[in-house]
Design a protein. Structure first.
Length: 317
DNA sequence: CGGAGGGGTACCTGGTCATC
DNA sequence: GATGACCAGGTACCCCTCCG
């Protein structure tokens, strides 16, 4: 089915320090961002193409497969995903003075984490389990390419809609295997089943509890907390993996057992956001290289196009 | 006694690095 | 260049202690 443009809307940026370019770049794929235009699938029928027409003036072209759509609802969801009204001034005060991340402030200031649906956040989380950044995002990219819906958007080109829980349920074993998910494929199947049975809700921004998620086999605290960060902008509990734990030990000279508590003490209710920021600031390089960079004080993204990093993922995959 | 919580370890899979 | 050993890293699970 064809997506036709139904409306062009202005998206108001309600904060001073917003960076569309950074927000669109971070952890994104080439079929969603091309350096200027950002594709945001809103629901089964609606896709939004966002562009910065002037500094902090965003324009959203709404594409739909159906005639009747609620434009104000789409605009509201687009604004929420982009975090254009998220005031982070308190967070900046900590960031500017933090010994690990302050050097990345100049480069990354203005960035927001793009909000996702719960389903999408769980897929991201499960693919990140026991995997390096590169490995995890390659898995996710394969999921998109193998099971997602390839769609052509005029003014952008080809994009891919994330496979739905139903798409995953219908996929063959072989198809899932070809996504190189390993043991994760059975977790993803189980998740898809929960969404299909409506035991999990995929409404954008709907609140969910960490405990509710960790009850699911295959979802532990890391994946649950990452899902809360991405799907609810809940930053109070941080998804701290061993990578970050070791980095905290090195950077702040605390013991491994105190690392998590220490991180929460520094960042308070923004601990989860700081976690994501740390991965971007250190280009998500593997632990040994990250520790090396901390020793050299290279705690900001290198911004080299040829590297595969959270900020340049869209140039490569 | 029973539940909560913490520690240790096995499991799994792709990445990395040393060795030939 | 091929091979194999080891590592990274999140979760599951078992066992232990603690506390009411």
């Amino acid at each position: 089915m064809k997506y036709n443009i139904v409306s062009k809307e202005k998206i108001d940026v309600g904060v001073e320090d917003y960076s569309f370019r950074l927000t669109a770049s971070a952890y994104n794929f080439s079929w969603y961002y091309n350096g200027s235009k950002l594709v945001l699938p809103i629901n089964d029928n609606v896709v939004v193409l966002v562009e910065e027409v002037e500094r902090n003036k965003l324009e959203a072209s709404i594409y739909s497969r159906t005639r009747e759509i609620d434009v104000s609802d789409v605009v509201e969801k687009t604004a929420w995903i982009l975090g254009v009204n998220e005031d982070l001034s308190e967070f900046y005060e900590i960031w500017k003075n933090d010994s690990l991340l302050s050097r990345s402030y100049k480069v990354l200031r203005g960035i927001r984490i793009r909000g996702t649906s719960l389903w999408q956040s769980l897929l991201i989380g499960v693919c990140q389990q026991n995997a390096s950044f590169k490995q995890g995002w390659r898995m996710l990219a394969l999921l998109y390419k193998t099971l997602g819906k390839h769609v052509y958007i005029k003014g952008f080109g080809e994009t891919i809609i994330l496979p739905s829980p139903l798409d995953v349920a219908r996929a063959s074993e072989q198809q899932l295997r070809s996504c190189k998910l390993g043991y994760r494929s059975s977790i993803i199947r189980r998740l898809a089943q929960l969404f299909n049975r409506k035991e999990l809700s995929d409404t954008i921004g709907a609140p969910i509890d960490e405990k509710e998620l960790t009850r699911i086999k295959g979802i532990g605290p890391y994946t649950a907390r990452l899902a809360l960060v991405l799907s609810c902008r809940r930053y109070d509990k941080a998804p701290i993996d061993r990578w970050l734990k070791r980095i905290i030990v090195e950077a702040y000279k605390v013991s491994e057992s105190d690392a998590e508590e220490y991180w929460h003490r520094i960042w308070g209710k923004y601990a989860g956001l700081a976690t994501i920021l740390a991965t971007i600031a250190l280009d998500a390089v593997v632990l040994t290289k990250a520790l090396d960079r901390i020793r050299k004080g290279q705690t900001y993204p290198l911004l080299r196009e040829e590297l595969l990093t959270p900020l340049t993922l869209w140039r490569h995959i």
